[in-house]
Design a protein around this ligand. Sequence first.
Ligand SMILES: NC(=O)C1=CN([C@@H]2O[C@H](COP(=O)(O)OP(=O)(O)OC[C@H]3O[C@@H](n4cnc5c(N)ncnc54)[C@H](OP(=O)(O)O)[C@@H]3O)[C@@H](O)[C@H]2O)C=CC1
Ligand SMILES: N[C@@H](CCC(=O)OP(=O)(O)O)C(=O)O
Length: 429
Amino acid sequence: MSVLSLKPRHEDVDALMREIGRRARAAARRMALVPGPTKDAALREAASSLRDASAAILAANGADLDEARAKGLPAASLDRLALNPARIEAIAEALESIAGLPDPLGRVLATYERPNGLTIERVATPLGVVGVIFESRPNVTADAGALCLKAGNAAILRAGSESHRSATAIAQAMVEGLTRHGLPADAIQLVPTKDRAAVGAMLTGLDGAIDVIVPRGGKSLVARVQDEARVPVFAHLEGICHVFVHAGADLAMARSIVRNSKMRRTGICGAAETLLVDRPCAGTHLGPLVTDLLEAGCAVRGDAATQAVDPRVSPATEEDWRTEYLDAIISVRVVDGLEAAVDHIETYGSHHTESILTEDRAAAERFMAEVDSAIVIHNASTQFADGGEFGFGAEIGIATGRMHARGPVGVEQLTTFKYRVRGTGQIRP
Ligand SMILES: NC(=O)C1=CN([C@@H]2O[C@H](COP(=O)(O)OP(=O)(O)OC[C@H]3O[C@@H](n4cnc5c(N)ncnc54)[C@H](OP(=O)(O)O)[C@@H]3O)[C@@H](O)[C@H]2O)C=CC1
Ligand SMILES: N[C@@H](CCC(=O)OP(=O)(O)O)C(=O)O
């Protein structure tokens, strides 16, 4: 492969990417036929190869971190980029757990017989070639590559530029392990250039070589994908997630869920960014909710009603309702009822994850029916937006678009299906 020989051999990025596409397509045809146990053994081998390559991966990561520090990357981004022996071990364990998942291919999704005697089966098959564009978190290289592979696909991985050396070292180690079990070296190819022209090329589909693009990132990537994508997209985009405290909410439960939704991990896409409080309960609930957040170290930006409960609340602007802080900051607004909450979410949200807190089951059902997000939750934290928490074993991320893969995307969502029709000589009248 690929990672080993991926020094740009071509003068221009487009030609380089088309070559990667051709190789991925050829690898995908072979991958589709690899038996499940072989893929699992190869993934376990890739895990052991990663452990063996720890020193090289840490050295590459050290160089990435030096460059990122020199560029002045914020502490949170440096933390996302940083590897250590424990994080490498966690990456290897993730590969082993993906190996342990049931094979998603060949599942019979439906089977029936027609009156003419034809039997029809719908069976799960690979998507083909999946192109993943993601942020500078080195573990995503391994997770995304392994999930694509487990589902019988070939993957073209474009890691965030700050993690280029780390991602290259991880992909190289993985591929060494995979090829020892006879998997095609081009089944996982890491884009060998930081040039963003490679992202543009991927969005064109590389002459039909890419079947699906998974963009995982924030505003700048969203804008580019919306303008340029010419292939199906499983959008894994920003999470402007809301918690709506309905008039029927239990205060103690609301306090614990709001705090967790915002503060458990502020930097992930499933963290709450906006709290909406129903006016009839604002008198009793708003004060404690805001105080809890402030005392937990969260900056609160609010509308006039929220500012009135505590002088530490600063005014929220129109921009705040559209902002994914990924930080200990929250915007808070008092709304007039469930309909106004849904309107706010539909106006400003990103169709990721929204939660309603209420003891009123009818209100909860209405919220869950009317809010058009990938994940709608009743009486639980938005931070459950996670493939592991959904029981999928692992995830590429949370799909925020409307394709069939919506919400946490695990191995099953990285498949499609075909119909197998068996006859005994039937012809159509
Ligand atoms: N829904 C989900 O599952 C997830 C969503 N996210 C979202 O990702 C964001 C945080 O990630 P962040 O580190 O900021 O990642 P970015 O959005 O900055 O970058 C992600 C990837 O997109 C590329 N990219 C960004 N803008 C462009 C562009 N204009 N043209 C070409 N390539 C581009 C980056 O390349 P380059 O390195 O060159 O900048 C990188 O490879 C948050 O919004 C978060 O919600 C994160 C994880 C999961
Ligand atoms: N769904 C995952 C987080 C997704 C993720 O990895 O996000 P990020 O930390 O922004 O790259 C979780 O809840 O842990």
